[in-house]
Design a protein around this ligand. Structure first.
Ligand SMILES: CC(C)(COP(=O)(O)OP(=O)(O)OC[C@H]1O[C@@H](n2cnc3c(N)ncnc32)[C@H](O)[C@@H]1O)[C@@H](O)C(=O)NCCC(=O)NCCS
Ligand SMILES: Nc1ncnc2c1ncn2[C@@H]1O[C@H](COP(=O)(O)OP(=O)(O)OP(=O)(O)O)[C@@H](O)[C@H]1O
Length: 231
């Protein structure tokens, strides 16, 4: 018979952070983890960040007071035009840092609430499921300091040439634009400095994504079952 401690360990619901640069495959990996590998939910930080900009919210007021009314959608005084805001912040790192300072705390609050709600639902169902995992996909999760929410942090990695090819083929981006977007994220933790993050324990597994979707699925499956992939 299992001891109570063993049982608890067995039933623990884990939160897995998936990071990686644009076009490397973090979204594909996160979806596979749920559709094929038994994880129970996929939270996407990009969409959660978008929901922070709901018209009239405190975040919108704070962003407008920082960047001015030029980032409001035409004819409104409470709705952010994300494309306009993007033009400013993607062009200049310091501008993005100002935005992140406002937005990231709101995103973290929403994330924590969503994770708590999923945990409560799972506890109620009392499934004896050793691989009950919530997946949080976020390119910037280490920079944002969300690792305290996580039981493991995996980075999905593909060679730059593969990522550029995939972005050109599937997102209709010009090659130069794809390269520019990849370079933009190179200074993010867990994207441009993977070896140092592995050494310091910031990243607990690297998922190579240079093959087929079946290869990616196999790597993810191995990582789920490898204790070294978890904190
Ligand atoms: C600048 C904003 C308004 C542009 O919105 P838009 O809908 O046009 O683009 P989207 O959000 O889809 O982002 C496009 C790509 O850039 C990446 N990206 C977005 N913000 C950042 C960032 N701070 N650092 C690095 N990459 C980023 C996204 O992961 C995505 O791959 C929006 O990206 C934003 O609010 N960014 C700041 C908040 C943030 O860091 N979000 C990322 C996850 S929380
Ligand atoms: N192993 C693979 N084989 C074939 N295509 C792939 C593979 N992995 C990812 N792709 C494709 O490459 C493109 C980029 O992948 P994905 O959207 O998962 O990247 P991402 O890291 O989430 O990027 P972003 O930061 O923009 O969200 C997608 O169109 C996806 O279908």
């Amino acid at each position: 018979m299992k001891s109570t401690a063993e049982e608890k360990q067995h039933q623990k619901l884990k939160v897995l952070g998936v990071c990686g640069g644009i076009g490397q495959g973090k979204s594909t990996a996160s979806k596979l983890l749920v559709s094929d590998l038994g994880c129970i939910a996929h939270l996407d930080a990009d969409s959660i960040a978008h929901s922070v900009y709901s018209p009239g919210s405190q975040a919108v007021k704070d962003v407008v007071s920082e960047f001015g009314s030029r980032i409001l959608a035409e004819g409104t005084n409470d709705t952010i035009d994300r494309k306009e805001l993007g033009k400013i912040v993607f062009a200049e790192r310091n501008e993005m840092a100002r935005l992140e300072k406002i937005v990231w705390p709101h995103v973290k609050t929403l994330l924590s609430e969503k994770i708590e709600a999923l945990k409560l639902d799972w506890e109620k169902e009392k499934k004896d499921d050793a691989t009950a995992i919530i997946v949080l996909e976020a390119a910037i999760l280490l920079d944002a300091g969300w690792d305290d929410l996580l039981d493991g942090v995996w980075t999905v990695r593909a060679p730059k040439s593969t990522a550029v090819k995939r972005l050109v083929e599937t997102r209709n981006l010009a090659e130069e634009e794809a390269e520019k977007r990849i370079s933009y994220q190179n200074s993010s933790r867990g994207i441009g400095n993977i070896d140092a993050e592995i050494k310091s324990g910031g990243i607990t597994a690297v998922i190579e994504n240079n093959g087929t979707l079946e290869d990616l699925k196999e790597s993810l499956k191995n990582a789920i079952h490898d204790p070294k992939s978890w904190k």
